[in-house]
Write a protein that binds this ligand. Structure first.
Ligand code: GLU
Length: 467
């Protein structure tokens, strides 16, 4: 039996959840959840200036919105500093690290001399092999006694074998002279203590992996499986930046993409399963594996996102869509819905969700159920209500008094009135839309009639005819 999978997402709090971070979190979540494993969250909050409680909360909120639940409490990296220092001292005791008394000035002098002599400027500490008896009583850093010869190989599940010559890596500092651990040490100790089996993260950390592997090896700890994923690029193929528009998860929430659609879309950003573009969470969990991650950067594609979103909106139950809409209104600080409005929306959802690519598009189409008479009509709707069309509406109204309220009958009644005026049904639609919705964007006129019923239909037509 193989060991249970443990993955983690380890964001540094920056005040928002970046879309790239969200994708990394999703990959880790899918990998763990698809294998009955554990998905942990570690907040890399050692930069005390940036790591405010609000910045951390923004990450948690982003993950929660996206529906990525983590196991247990989030781990604070900063809170574990004593443990990191303890491991540095353990490495010292085992002879895998040493005390380095070189000052900044010493290091600078070493580099200047190396440069002048045309040697590598990689710092070689004179303290590496100095016996304890010759140590001064002075502040010192603890450095890793890294191998000087040979290679460090990262067997990466995405990038393949990545080989770094050990003579190109210096003896990295593990514990600074002020007693604070370095980032490189903290990550390794935390991953080990948290039992992380798979490190899936952006390939901007690939260089760190070689150094981190050296720490794992020095401690005699098993290295995790490494998987460094190419970063996301903008639609123009350039590295993603603010210039490309939405880079934070909350911006996608504000645009009204449902989280289920975002999960599907983000899963496909850099990972593939044959030609499958549209899938459920359960399928993604079943299918997700490291072998399906591509080697070249994925590009953001808003058209594709719309397409994925329309699929998920179409798939969602009317009640779930209603909950998403309420969440969207709340997240965008818009007024909430009354119980009556909720009931009406739910009732109309079947025709509202048709072809909608985002939640605001549903709301736009929903004006006809959310608004009350007298309807406020937008400019287009007012323009559609000409003298002629109002006359036709007045003619249609009595015909609807006794018609049976089915799509077929309604279509027949409207077609008949249109024919009387030598008009195609489509020519009448703008006036009917204007009467029933007060907007140019709405579901089909027959769906609207069916949803609001006879009494309200007749009242709206009469209102428009009299306008
Ligand atoms: N804190 C790092 C970041 O936000 C991630 C470190 C890691 O995954 O090992 O980029």
């Amino acid at each position: 039996m193989t060991d249970p999978v443990v993955t983690r997402f380890a964001p540094s709090p920056t005040g928002f959840l970046h879309i790239g971070g969200a994708r990394t979190a999703l990959f880790n979540w899918l990998y763990a959840r698809g294998r009955g494993g554990t998905f942990l969250l570690r907040i890399e909050d050692t930069d005390r200036a940036r790591s405010t409680p609000e910045a951390t909360q923004a990450i948690l909120d982003g993950l929660t919105w996206l529906g990525l639940d983590w196991d247990g409490e989030p781990v604070s990296q900063a809170a574990r500093a004593p443990r990191h220092a303890e491991v540095a001292r353990e490495m010292l005791a085992r002879g895998h690290a040493y005390k380095c008394f070189s000052t900044q000035e010493d290091i600078q002098a070493f580099r200047d001399a190396a440069r002048a002599e045309g040697r590598s400027t990689l710092f070689l500490s004179p303290w590496r092999d100095t016996p304890e008896s010759q140590h001064p009583d002075a502040p010192h850093a603890i450095r890793l006694k890294a191998p000087r010869a040979g290679m460090t190989v990262i067997r990466d599940e995405v990038q393949g074998d990545v080989t770094i010559r050990n003579d190109q890596l210096d003896d990295m500092i593990l514990l600074r002279s002020d007693g604070t651990p370095t980032y490189m040490l903290a990550v390794v100790v935390d991953d080990h203590d948290m039992g992380v089996t798979h490190v899936i993260r952006g390939d901007d950390h690939l260089n760190n992996a070689a150094r981190q592997a050296q720490i794992f090896q020095a401690m005699g700890w098993a290295e995790p499986v490494w998987a460094h994923i190419p970063l996301i690029h903008g639609p123009d193929g350039k590295k993603l930046s603010k210039r490309h528009g939405a880079v934070g998860v909350t911006e996608y929430a504000a645009m009204g993409y449902p989280p289920a659609a975002m999960r599907n879309y983000l899963a496909r950003l850099g990972w593939s399963h044959g030609d499958d573009e549209l899938f459920t969470d359960a399928q993604a969990r079943d299918w997700f594996d490291l072998a399906g991650i591509g080697k070249s950067p994925a590009r953001l594609d808003f058209k594709k996102l719309d397409h994925v979103s329309a699929f998920h909106i179409g798939q969602m139950s009317d009640s779930d869509l209603l909950s998403e809409i309420e969440r969207f209104l709340d997240a965008t600080q818009q007024p909430g819905l009354s119980q009556v409005q909720k009931d009406r929306l739910h009732h109309a959802m079947y025709c509202l969700k048709d072809r909608a690519r985002s939640l605001p598009q549903i709301l736009e189409k929903a004006h006809f159920v959310l608004a009350n008479r007298p309807l406020d009509r937008d400019e287009k709707a007012r323009a559609a209500l000409t003298d002629v069309s109002r006359g036709i509406l007045a003619e249609l109204t009595p015909q609807l008094q006794n018609a049976s309220w089915s799509r077929e009958t309604l279509e027949a009644e409207v077609a008949q009135v249109a024919a009387r005026h030598d008009l195609k049904l489509g020519k009448l639609a703008p006036a009917l839309r204007a009467a029933l919705a007060g907007r140019a964007i709405s579901p089909s006129v027959f769906d609207m009639m069916l949803v609001i019923g006879r009494e309200e239909t007749i009242a709206r037509l009469t209102e428009a005819a009299d306008a």
